[in-house]
Design a binder for this molecule. Structure first.
Ligand code: PLP
Length: 330
């Protein structure tokens, strides 16, 4: 399908490798081939899925006269850290609105946010949840008063602009499939704000890949993500009139949130350790560890029966491992 992409800025080290997990396939595959799309290798401080979205979001910012980026997330948000570094690389000011009280010790992503020179404002959870929209407006007004123009980037960079990141990534997946004789696949990602899944779902349809996309939600529930992904796809269509008509049918694997966002159980920590030793691949307890664990459980339950190839999208998150170190010694 003929697609006309908006401008993007080269921030991500792509194409990322598609890696076959030989030992993990033997151990957990039950006859399936397990693959990992290594989007944890899109960069170092700019690693993970967010960089693909930020290539389009930052181009949009520069092309529309913005000199400041405001975005939001948890204290250990990978998206906020990636935005901080993208801004620093492009000479844009970055202001992060974070959910939670500022800890005494800065570590992981939060430490990196500061190193990248971002302005960081922390809000107690309750206030953040109730007031995030007005906080964005407040800070946009504040920067306007200083003669600046601030772009409000939603949680996770998940909107119609960010969706292009994984629409484009599907071109890579198409080449990966061809190179590895993958004729039909299930593609599985962690879903936190839904944008990666929205982009993949659109991309698979637009590029006509022989694949079914699944998101394993790490917060909220299936109904929330179906609505969110549908809304992101609609936003994409409205922002870019003339894009091809495709059917968007989000598929969510619910049931692996555990006790809540950012809280992993002992089984997830065990799986992260096992996979690191087995394949040299490090997942994180907030997103990829839960999603991989959910994928293996569904595999064992037979959800993917009849399809040989399973592709897990490793969306990064390495810096979120360190603040949760105590989980590995439990
Ligand atoms: C490492 C990692 N994986 C997956 C996700 C989920 O991606 P999305 O927010 O696009 O659903 C995020 C962010 O939320 C993330 O930081």
């Amino acid at each position: 399908m003929e697609l006309s992409y908006p401008r993007r800025i080269d921030l991500a080290r792509v194409p990322t490798p598609l890696q076959y997990l030989e030992r993990a396939s033997k151990q957990w595959g039950g006859g399936h081939r397990l693959w990992v799309k290594r989007d944890d290798l899109t960069g170092c401080t700019l690693s993970g899925n967010k960089v693909r979205k930020l290539e389009f979001i930052t181009a949009h910012a520069l092309d529309n006269g913005y000199d400041t980026l405001i975005t939001c997330g948890g204290l250990q948000s990978n998206h906020c850290r990636a935005t901080a570094f993208a801004g620093a690389q492009l000479g844009l000011k970055v202001h992060l609105l974070l959910r939670g009280d500022a800890p005494e010790d800065r570590e992981g992503n939060l430490l990196l946010d500061h190193l990248a020179g971002a302005t960081v404002s922390c809000y107690p959870k309750r206030q953040y949840v109730a007031e995030i929209d007005s906080l964005f407006e407040h800070w946009q007004r504040h920067y306007a008063g200083l003669g600046r123009r601030a772009l409000a980037i939603p949680t996770g960079g998940s909107d119609g602009i960010g969706a292009w990141g994984y629409i484009a990534a599907c071109e890579e997946l198409g080449a990966d499939f061809a190179a590895n004789d993958i004729r039909q696949a299930h593609v599985i990602t962690a879903s936190g704000s839904g944008g990666t899944q929205a982009g993949l779902t659109l991309g698979v349809a637009l590029h006509q890949l022989p694949a079914t996309v699944w998101g394993v939600n790490v917060c909220d529930d299936e109904a929330y993500f179906i609505e969110k992904i549908t809304a992101d796809a609609l936003d994409w269509r409205e922002r870019y009139p003339g894009v091809p008509e495709v059917e968007v049918r989000p598929r969510v694997i619910d049931g692996y949130v555990g006790q809540g966002y950012g809280i992993a159980d002992a089984g997830v920590f065990r799986l992260i350790s096992e996979l690191a030793a087995l394949e040299g691949l490090v997942l994180d307890p907030v997103y990829t560890g839960k999603a991989f664990s959910g994928m293996l459980a569904e595999l064992a339950a037979g959800r993917f029966e009849g399809c040989r190839d399973i592709v897990f999208v490793h969306t990064g998150g390495i810096f979120g491992v360190f603040p949760q170190r105590s989980g590995f010694s439990r």
